[in-house]
Design a protein around this ligand. Structure first.
Ligand code: HPA
Length: 276
């Protein structure tokens, strides 16, 4: 993605928001778009009005860039994201994140909906992602890009611990204060758009995955390349039971992710309050 397109998009955003400078980015996945409604003094820009932005076409994803204050911290939120299964390239899907970085964020909080593979998980559970498996193989990091990070020096980009250890601990501590314990898990990302067969859920369990979904990994890789701190949550919307005949559907996924918001929305607000 060319630096000039990022600059162009940021100019439009700056004009619409009188040069607002966010500190934290939020990428809100299936059903969590409501967090964006809690942003105060919000300036909402539909993706279609920002040059270079991909528009999400999935039910449950609104498609707005929202800038304002959450827990008194200046934030920018993606209310809905573009998925690779909609046909977007990883570099296009991560373009809004690059713009968030150019606007000045130093951390990003990402959320998604996933299928639970770990049998200890239940539908509606919020899990902290502490590692991932890239089954998409489309990182969004383009080695030919001259604008950023190690890739500009012709070096392979290393991502050992993509999720910030300090933010993981902070989230766990604040969840306990809220009265629940957060499990950690490894998230495996597929290209989708289909949910898995029972044989695939079984295979992913053997590979070490606790959850499976269709997003997040391209954004987390790009965020690491940009030097951003990353915290990521997954809402388990259905638990795979490979040995039982059952079918996952999108309505069920949306329903459970809405229910999990009652824990996750205040948790993210409490985490942000620590940023002040
Ligand atoms: N598989 C992939 N993605 C998902 C699932 C699933 O079972 N549930 C919610 N997102």
């Amino acid at each position: 993605m060319e630096q000039s397109s990022i600059t162009q998009a940021c100019q439009v955003i700056a004009q619409r928001t009188s040069g607002f400078q966010p500190r934290v980015g939020l990428i809100l996945g299936s059903g969590l778009g409501l967090l964006a409604e809690r942003i105060e003094n919000a300036q909402r820009i539909p993706y279609g009005e920002i040059p270079g932005f991909p528009e999400s076409r999935v039910t449950g994803h609104a498609g707005n860039f929202v800038l304002g204050f959450l827990s008194k911290v200046p934030v920018v939120a993606m209310q809905g994201r573009a998925h690779l299964y909609e046909g977007w390239s990883a570099s296009k899907a991560t373009f809004p994140l690059r713009c968030m970085h150019a606007l000045g964020i130093d951390s990003v909080i990402v959320s998604n909906a996933s299928g639970g593979i770990n049998p200890r998980f239940h539908s509606g559970q919020v899990v902290l992602i502490d590692n991932h498996i890239d089954w998409m193989n489309r990182s969004g990091i383009n080695a030919m890009e001259a604008d950023i990070g190690a890739a500009s020096q012709g070096l392979p980009h290393r991502v050992g611990n993509p999720y910030d250890a300090g933010l993981l601990c902070l989230a766990e501590q604040l969840a306990i204060k809220q009265g629940f314990s957060l499990a950690r898990g490894t998230y495996l990302a597929t290209l989708g758009p289909n949910y898995e067969t029972r044989a695939e859920y079984r295979m992913f369990a053997k590979l070490g995955a606790d959850m499976v979904g269709m997003s997040t990994v391209p954004e987390v890789l790009v965020a690491n390349q940009l030097g951003l701190k990353v915290l990521a949550f997954s809402i388990v919307t259905n638990v795979a039971s490979p040995d039982v005949q059952s079918v996952t559907n999108h309505a069920e996924v949306l329903d459970w992710s809405r229910k999990a918001q009652s824990q996750l929305v205040p948790l993210i607000e409490n985490i942000l309050a620590e940023y002040r």
